[in-house]
Write a protein that binds this ligand. Structure first.
Ligand SMILES: *[C@@H]1O[C@H](CO)[C@@H](O)[C@H](O)[C@H]1NC(C)=O
Length: 518
């Protein structure tokens, strides 16, 4: 009987191997929150038995089967002060912010391609079935897809923007699709539409006229033998996965090879809390508040007077507070405050006694809050955090507090506003119900589409013909000119002829009358 089970096992293993693909994942950004989105997908693929190789500055802490790390630590060294620099970004204008983020993208691209680990992989002669690359101003890295002769899948770590929509040709009419970087909704006044059009035009022109030539330079340096060239590699992207969901934003057009998988990083299974934390929350008879500013802002960076304002606010609350705070020592901390440098965020938020989440407003944190149905008070610091919090205010499930002027008064006002008005909880419950109502768990959906692209050898049948048209043909300017220009010419010609005939007839009549009177 033993031989029977052995052969069953061998057959199962062979069948599994036949469906397993070799996948290269690239998550080059030094921001951990970006890595979390990519790694959720890469781990999901490895769990399904695919052979996954991941280029990123963050090797797995606990190695897992089928998951190989190609570590790129240089970018962490180069941007070591970026938590500080990123904080400076909050004082930048939108124009300065665009240019600063272009520079960051070029630095990430350059340093990743220089890494000895990446160079070694490139020289290895390995082949992959699919290359998945984060789309965050690191376009030259797309060259790795051509290098490894594999179709390219882009992973947008936040909503749709021209960085990712242009890869597959999804249209974004600026009349009702607000720029990702603006706190606008899909229903805009004329003034807002003008503003949206201006920013979107500015972004498009700087992206293609200023930024892309610099990426092309890097691309040509690291991929001197490329046949396709960077622009064609971009336009031939097989698929884009987007960390977004319409229930959190608004309906907008996508081509069928652009898939929303927002929330795929959220663990659907709850894990038990550490005993001490469980007890602290269970015994919070007046409810509890969870406070975390994410992985970027360290508590040591909060100036003393702001920290005191926060502590005074917490002291005056009857709720218990869990504060992600890196120092073990926090003078002036009241008894209702529990500090730790680590919390299992999703499992904490899932506790029924947690009534409020105080956050920096990062996309992952706000989407976890919505998924787990907790209203938020946000203290945005930089980047898309202002936008996420503006959306929370528009959606009625959150309140924003200004970091630069934060005081005991403004902070406790915001907290009490959310805690005492049941409308915030009701709104977030509704959002949560819509966010969870999906035909398929978003991680399974993402894995399905990666396999689909591998199974259909890049799925060229999904490629939009619009990607092959130039600006004039895409917008049908030539056809409109000929069609409507032609109609106009005929219209004018007919009028001229009628006018000429009428004049001729008039003269004819006049001459006849002259003949008669004579
Ligand atoms: C890329 O890095 C190299 C070496 O560190 C440097 O000389 C070069 O200027 C960088 N290029 C860009 C575009 O940043």
């Amino acid at each position: 009987m033993k031989w029977f089970w052995t052969s069953v096992l061998i057959i199962v293993a062979v069948l599994n191997a036949a469906n397993a693909y070799k996948i290269l994942g690239i998550a080059p950004t030094m921001a951990r929150s970006h890595f979390f989105v990519g790694s959720a997908l890469f781990k999901g693929l490895a769990q399904k038995g695919h052979d996954v190789t991941v280029i990123s500055p963050f090797p797995l802490k606990k190695p897992m089967k089928n998951y190989r790390d190609i570590t790129t630590p240089n970018i962490l060294k180069i941007t070591k002060d970026s938590a500080q620099n990123a904080m400076n970004m909050r004082d930048m204008s939108i124009v300065e912010a665009f240019f600063s983020i272009f520079g960051l993208g070029l630095t990430i691209t350059n340093s990743t391609l220089q890494e000895p680990s990446v160079q070694k992989l490139m020289a290895s002669g390995e082949k992959f079935d699919v290359v998945i690359c984060e789309v965050f101003l690191t376009e030259a890295l797309f060259g790795l897809a051509e290098h490894f002769q594999a179709p390219l899948i882009g992973l947008g770590t936040f909503g749709a923007s021209l960085w990712n929509t242009d890869l597959v040709g999804s249209p974004s009419p600026p009349s009702y699709v607000p720029n990702t970087f603006l706190p606008l909704t899909d229903r805009m006044t004329l003034g807002e539409r003008i503003f949206n059009l201006a920013v979107t035009s500015f972004e498009t022109v700087t992206h293609y006229a200023y930024y892309m030539p610099k990426q092309r330079e890097l691309f040509n340096k690291y991929f001197p033998n490329s046949k396709a060239g960077l622009d064609n590699i971009r336009k031939d992207t097989a698929l884009v996965l987007l960390n977004a969901h319409f229930s959190l934003a608004f309906p907008r057009p996508y081509l069928p090879n652009m898939i929303e998988v927002g929330g795929m990083h959220i663990n659907r299974k709850r894990n038990p809390l550490p005993a001490e934390m469980q007890k602290f929350l269970d015994e919070a008879k007046d409810g509890a508040i969870y406070f975390s500013m994410g992985s970027n802002l360290k508590s040591s960076m909060i100036p003393a007077e702001k920290r005191d304002a926060i502590l005074q606010t917490f002291k005056s609350l009857k709720q218990r507070v869990m504060w992600k705070f890196e120092d073990t020592n926090l003078p002036g901390k009241s008894d209702n405050v529990y500090i730790s440098d680590w919390f299992p965020q999703e499992d904490i938020l899932a506790h029924p006694n947690v009534k409020l989440f105080i956050t920096h407003g990062g996309l992952l944190s706000t989407s976890e809050a919505i998924f787990l149905g907790k209203p938020i008070v946000g203290i945005p610091m930089f980047g898309d955090q202002f936008l996420n919090m503006a959306r929370a205010e528009i959606g009625g499930y959150g309140v924003m507090v200004d970091y630069t002027t934060i005081s005991e008064k403004s902070f406790s006002n915001a907290i009490n506003k959310v805690l005492n008005n049941p409308e915030y909880q009701k709104r977030v419950n509704d959002m949560s119900a819509r966010y969870r109502d999906q035909p398929m768990n978003p991680l399974d959906l993402a894995v399905y589409w990666v396999e689909y692209v591998a199974r259909h050898k890049g799925a060229p049948h999904l490629h939009s013909a619009g990607q092959e048209l130039g600006f004039i043909a895409y917008h049908n300017i030539d056809a409109m000119a000929i069609l409507f220009g032609g109609i106009f010419i005929v219209f004018v010609a007919v009028h001229v002829i009628i006018f000429k005939l009428a004049i001729g007839f008039y003269h004819y009549k006049k001459n006849q009358q002259k003949v008669k009177t004579n």
